[in-house]
Design a protein around this ligand. Structure first.
Ligand code: HEC
Length: 254
């Protein structure tokens, strides 16, 4: 009888503990997402604005445009949104895909970022694009991801110049024009093309529905939000329910 009681006690403590953990972690996640700022404050060196040479060429200026508009998602070295790069962010900004941040339930009026943000520099990068002109057209039509097409034409050219130079497709020692960009080959085998649109279609922006906003708000009020937290809470409940059944049955017997 004593053993049974001890067993029940242990189960009861486990149930309580997991609920407690779930609640505290829920609060932690909510606090982290409240402090979330879509643009990371570049305090650490690797997040700092790139310095300009004395006589900057177009691609050098493009490096600064890239830093401002693209690096928060594509990385300081255009390596993509890697785990390693996210560790450069302040702790509360490292969990891009948390609920209430840029996860399935973004913060109110926020947006969702796909799990995979591709590298733009390095082996295999940009292989989708046949040449510099198509690359620029794509970037102008689709990027920045959350607000496509908002940059100035000149900024898109500068960023394209930077990316072409960083990948070694071009020396970068002159101004990049459409005519020149068409001649800078990235991947000869690519047949990818961009259909010109007069108005930029921000097709990729995820406009949060009122329900999504409500959910995000609930998250910031401290409700469990990540799947882990939810699993723990559910587990705790199940353990408690099973316990109640055992106790009730036990009471009848004993
Ligand atoms: C909010 C995050 C975000 C920002 C900011 C952003 N991107 Fe992206 N980018 C993405 C995601 C996500 C994809 C993948 C989209 C897809 O697969 O449809 C992507 C894809 C790309 C691609 C296609 C790469 C390939 O190989 O298919 C290019 C090029 C690109 N981005 C350039 C840029 C440039 C240049 C900027 C800055 C002007 C920028 N992006 C800003 C998230 C972002």
């Amino acid at each position: 009888m004593l053993r049974k009681n001890q067993f029940i006690l242990v189960l009861f403590s486990l149930g309580l503990l997991s609920i407690l953990l779930a609640v505290t972690q829920g609060n932690f996640v909510a606090a982290a997402s409240l402090a979330q700022d879509p643009k990371p404050t570049p305090t650490i060196d690797r997040l700092a604005k790139p310095t300009m040479p004395a006589n900057p060429v177009m691609a050098d200026k493009g490096a600064q445009d890239y830093w401002l508009y693209c690096s928060p998602c594509h990385g300081d070295q255009a390596q993509g949104l890697t785990d390693e790069f996210r560790k450069q962010y302040p702790t509360e900004d490292q969990f891009c895909w948390n609920s209430g941040c840029h996860g399935n339930r973004p913060y109110p009026n926020g947006w969702t970022i796909p799990r995979y943000v591709p590298a733009l520099v390095g082996p295999g990068a940009l292989m989708r694009f046949p040449d510099g002109a198509v690359l620029k057209a794509y970037i102008q039509q689709q990027m920045p991801f959350q607000t496509p097409g908002i940059l100035k034409e000149a900024e898109y050219w500068r960023i394209t110049a930077f990316l072409l130079r960083q990948n070694g497709y071009w020396s970068g020692d002159s101004d990049l024009t459409k005519m020149l960009a068409e001649k800078i080959i990235i991947n000869r085998d690519s047949t990818f093309s961009i259909t010109p649109t007069t108005t930029m279609v921000p097709a990729l922006i995820s406009t949060p529905t009122p329900a999504m906003q409500q959910a995000a708000l609930q998250d910031s009020n401290g409700a469990p939000s990540s799947p882990d937290v939810r699993t723990m809470a559910v587990l705790g409940m199940i353990i408690l329910i099973v316990l109640s059944i055992i106790v009730v049955k036990g009471l009848k017997k004993w």
